[in-house]
Design a binder for this molecule. Sequence first.
Ligand SMILES: NC(=O)c1ccc[n+]([C@@H]2O[C@H](COP(=O)([O-])OP(=O)(O)OC[C@H]3O[C@@H](n4cnc5c(N)ncnc54)[C@H](O)[C@@H]3O)[C@@H](O)[C@H]2O)c1
Length: 424
Amino acid sequence: MKETDGDKPAPGDETAAAITIGSEQRTPPFPSETVSDDYHPELKLDNGSPRSLFRLCEGGGLEAARASRNRPVLITGGAGFVGANLAHRLLSEGRPVLLFDNLSRRGVEQNLRWLRATHGNRAQVEIADVRNALALARAVERSSQVFHLAAQVAVTTSLDDPSSDFEINARGALNLLEALRALNDPPPLVFTSTNKVYGALGDVELVREGARYQPRDGKIREHGIGENRPLDFHSPYGCSKGAADQYVADYARSFGLPAVVFRMSCVYGPRQFGTEDQGWIAHFLIRAIQGQPLNIYGDGCQVRDALFVEDLINAFMLAQKNMAAIAGQVFNIGGGPSNTVSLLELINLISEIEGAAPEILFGEWRTGDQRYYVSDTRKFQRATGWRPRVNVFDGACRLREWLREWLRERAPKAGGAARAVATG
Ligand SMILES: NC(=O)c1ccc[n+]([C@@H]2O[C@H](COP(=O)([O-])OP(=O)(O)OC[C@H]3O[C@@H](n4cnc5c(N)ncnc54)[C@H](O)[C@@H]3O)[C@@H](O)[C@H]2O)c1
């Protein structure tokens, strides 16, 4: 793996060349020399400048380097929606970050360009894959904290290709844990799991009230689904993320790794390139702004709690701050009972904001879709004092503003926003 640190040219460099990601040709935001999966064990580059490993050894070894305040926070999947928002927060606080991402999610190179344009070379970038254990271990060695976000994120894709989904989500997480276990003083880890580990929640009795399902059980209605809920992995995505979730919890237990698991439900906000398969609030807004119809799978009364990304980043910060007290624990993280919305309710809200109702096309229910999921976040609240601040209406308005701006920027001069977003 070649170095991709802060000395590299800025985004938009004319020398950037197309690379192959899956079956696609893509142009990375950095020159192609930074995009390589082969590993060069030499401590110096051909031009004689020291590699980071050399610099670390020279400076008193890895342990000494880890003690330095300037070690970056490693964000795997750092080019993605959540990763870019997290990186922005950390960089704004003056902390360097290392974004480790293979750019497999369409459009995320825009996030890297934005981070580099906003924060310069303190946003270090490594274009690499979590399936590459060696590359990941090298990134982990350099870091002060770790957030493991890189993942295949769509249930639909996991159903098409369960093996790749497993390799990325389960094997990738194990690669990370093994890299951490190899260190004497491993950096603390926050892992992003999912509410899908609780399955379809078919035993939670629901009643339909207006345009939403509500649990019959008063306690669930008041507080949502807690961490004591039995695991019940549905879909290959549920299995691969669930396996990773359990590995992280167990590496904390068996090997004493400082690590926590966040089981997250629907997160939304700026820099989210939502598609039909993942990121539904952003996807609905994009379609509505474009005046295009929306597909709803099921009856649209399924309910989620929605968490604005800034509130999630606050929770990430608190998790790292309180790591000594909470390591080894699993937390349900979401907007909670005061920030719930059904698909139809969100469409009503969007119609209100946009001043026109989008056309809706109904389809069959999708595999593993929960009719109701709301996070009971009281455990994390008790541990850290965190609570979500942004309500769904305000959050949707802020995301809409960002999307409109993004679509405007992407629109070709003589074309329309609708065509521009088709690739996003
Ligand atoms: N956004 C949500 O609503 C939500 C809900 C629950 C859980 N999560 C979890 O949070 C994490 C971040 O989600 P997000 O919404 O930012 O997704 P995202 O798709 O925007 O970001 C994921 C990033 O991981 C990268 N990636 C994918 N495969 C990789 C690989 N093999 N090696 C390196 N990088 C790879 C992608 O290129 C992308 O930049 C994911 O683990 C996801 O499962 C998200």
